[in-house]
Design a binder for this molecule. Structure first.
Ligand SMILES: Cc1cccc(-c2n[nH]cc2-c2ccc(F)c(-c3ccc(S(=O)(=O)CCO)cc3)c2)n1
Length: 248
């Protein structure tokens, strides 16, 4: 993918998001708003031009899967409709390379706001030189909004794009899923099984709704949808992997 026009941006944003994901939630103004077992969800309340863009950071620990497996199922278009409940339509506009694709997703409408769509590049990468010497493989999927000739935004100023039977407001998003595999080697030198695996997950998301939506409605949607999404996604990956050979 190094030859693609987007490559410099993909490289820069992916590196930035890896650094951002690694920052703890201790410092700064992260507010814990949801807990479920090992999952902790934090947000910061921020508005841009009067629009709620509350950054989200979730941390979670899932036993029995690797960081590669978690990132693979998040990245691949083949499984997305199995775990993403808010998507109405999804299209791969361009396959840049095996590890980089451009998606157009039309999401379900959240009353009373207008329906949204998202156009973003998605990049899967193994993080080569982790600072943590005993860290196993760290993998990242970064999703970042982009333009694309085959899905232009109608420039009528309000980013409303005409569609045959309606109008979509295009969101602006940056999302990162960073997964680290921890292996507890079996004492007796036996082969590693899924019981010896733990995946440490950090999910970061900033979604600018792109057009007016009531702050109260957006905050309620985020509060409901994010925990539901991460719980459903991680359970889905565990179920998909549990009877398959381990992939690091
Ligand atoms: C999980 C979640 C959080 C906040 C809002 C909603 C939601 N409810 N109804 C419509 C949406 C909606 C509207 C626009 C979007 F771009 C995304 C959106 C969310 C996540 C991602 S992703 O990149 O994390 C996973 C790929 O779909 C992409 C788009 C989701 N879902």
């Amino acid at each position: 993918a190094q030859s693609h026009v987007l490559w410099p941006e993909i490289d820069r944003i992916t590196a930035e998001q890896l650094h951002y994901a690694r920052q703890g939630v201790g410092e700064g103004v992260w507010e814990l708003f949801a807990e479920d077992g090992e999952m902790r969800m934090y947000k910061r309340e921020e508005e841009v031009n009067g629009l709620v863009v509350d950054p989200l950071k979730a941390v979670h620990t899932v036993k029995g899967v690797t960081g590669f497996e978690m990132c693979h199922y998040f990245f691949s278009p083949d499984y997305r409709l199995d775990w993403e409940t808010t998507i109405e339509q999804m299209k791969v506009l361009e396959k840049v390379s095996d590890d980089t694709m451009i998606f157009l997703q039309i999401h379900k409408r959240v009353w009373p706001a207008s329906q949204r769509d998202a156009l973003f590049w998605s990049h899967l990468r193994q993080v080569p030189d982790s600072r943590d010497p005993d860290a196993q493989n760290i993998w990242i999927v970064c999703n970042h909004s982009t333009e694309h000739h085959s899905a232009p935004e109608k420039s009528n100023g309000k980013y409303i794009r005409e569609k045959s039977n309606g109008k979509y407001i295009r969101v602006f998003l940056t999302v990162a899923l960073v997964c680290q595999t921890m292996i507890e080697p079996p004492k007796n030198g036996a082969q590693i099984t899924r019981d010896d695996l733990t995946c440490k997950i950090t999910y970061c998301s900033v979604v600018n709704p792109g057009g007016w939506a009531p702050a109260s409605v957006l905050r309620a949607v985020y509060k409901r949808e994010y925990p539901k999404f991460l719980k459903k996604f991680t359970h889905y990956v565990y179920d998909q992997c549990k009877n398959k050979p381990i992939r690091f």
